[in-house]
Design a protein around this ligand. Structure first.
Ligand code: AMP
Length: 295
């Protein structure tokens, strides 16, 4: 795959976006930028990019002299029975989008470039990864923290951009950066939704027509919870019960979790007070989707 992809150039753009496949290439490029005194932003992704990813890249381009987007389907954050093999990919389209947004470099390593055969060093977070997605995906955040640490070490960005869509991931990355004294500003970006409310996700592509309609139950449940909070409800149990009932009204939906947690520790709370996070994970058929809102 690597050879067939020449650097892409969007119409009217003078700058050619670089595509790096090796850690060495990234390091050399970033070193050259640093020599010029330029700031660097990083947007880590797993590819099959959509407008949610684009919103992160746009913000990164606004706030940094150079932006690196990593497109890496990280195997270590998938469990053995999860969708690593089926995960959608379209690297050429991803490059076109990155280029059109003014990204300077796409980093697209093979798994072997990131993980030596005898790789055995992990970044493992306690407490925050014990709830929500960490409960049903036991090694997920170990994979996330490890690959993000590696990307931070390779790119050495001034700022890194993450979506609120993955609220637990964002909280975990913020905590990791604090706990391990990484000198990187973490920028959180709001959830981008389809017109009908469904949060944009690469995994939405798994849904057939009937499931796509049923998937609306996630955002409907989120909007219902938000409305209750706006109207003054502070009892987490009541909000949780209403959100659960809304999801259960959809026959194709199967709840993984509906939780209200503290936005920093990710531990359950009884009262819906800032900084609280209401988060859901729901299977629509075989597809597991997530959504949330924060106070
Ligand atoms: P992924 O490729 O799914 O690992 O996502 C890469 C980054 O894009 C993560 O920081 C996600 O939180 C973010 N992201 C994915 N979908 C959305 C969305 N709908 N709105 C905002 N950010 C998103």
């Amino acid at each position: 795959m690597a050879e067939c992809l020449a650097p892409v150039r969007a119409k009217g753009m003078e700058k050619i976006m670089k595509i790096a496949y090796t850690i060495k290439e990234v390091r050399e490029q970033v070193k050259a930028w640093r020599k010029e005194g330029l700031t660097v932003g990083l947007v880590p992704t797993m590819g099959y990019l959509h407008e949610g990813h684009a919103s992160l890249m746009k913000k990164a381009v606004e706030e940094n002299d150079r932006v690196v987007t990593s497109v890496f389907l990280n195997p270590t954050q998938f469990g053995p029975s999860e969708d690593l093999e089926a995960y959608p990919r379209d690297f050429e389209q991803d490059c076109r989008l990155c280029d059109s947004l003014g990204v300077s470099m796409v980093f697209h390593p093979e798994p072997e470039e990131m993980y030596a055969p005898d790789f055995c060093t992990w970044v493992n977070m306690e407490v925050l990864s014990s709830t929500l997605c960490g409960k049903s995906r036991s090694t997920h955040f170990r994979g996330v923290c490890t690959v993000v640490s590696k990307l931070f070490n390779i790119v050495t960005p001034d700022r890194a951009y993450f979506g609120q869509k993955d609220a637990q991931q964002l909280a975990i990355i913020r905590r990791m950066v604090r706990d391990l004294n990484m000198d990187i500003e973490i920028v959180g970006c709001p959830i981008v939704r389809e017109e009908d409310g469904l949060a944009k996700s690469s995994r939405n592509t798994y849904l057939n027509e009937e499931e796509r309609k049923a998937a609306l139950v996630l955002s409907q449940s989120i909007f219902l919870g938000e409305k209750m909070v706006k109207e003054g409800e502070t009892d987490a149990a009541k909000i949780k019960a209403a959100m659960t009932a809304r999801i259960e009204s959809e026959p194709l939906a199967r709840i993984d979790y509906v939780e209200i947690v503290d936005g920093l520790s990710m531990q359950p709370v009884d009262t819906m007070q800032s900084p609280a996070l209401a988060a859901i994970a729901v299977y629509i058929g075989k597809t597991r989707l997530i959504d949330n809102f924060i106070i």
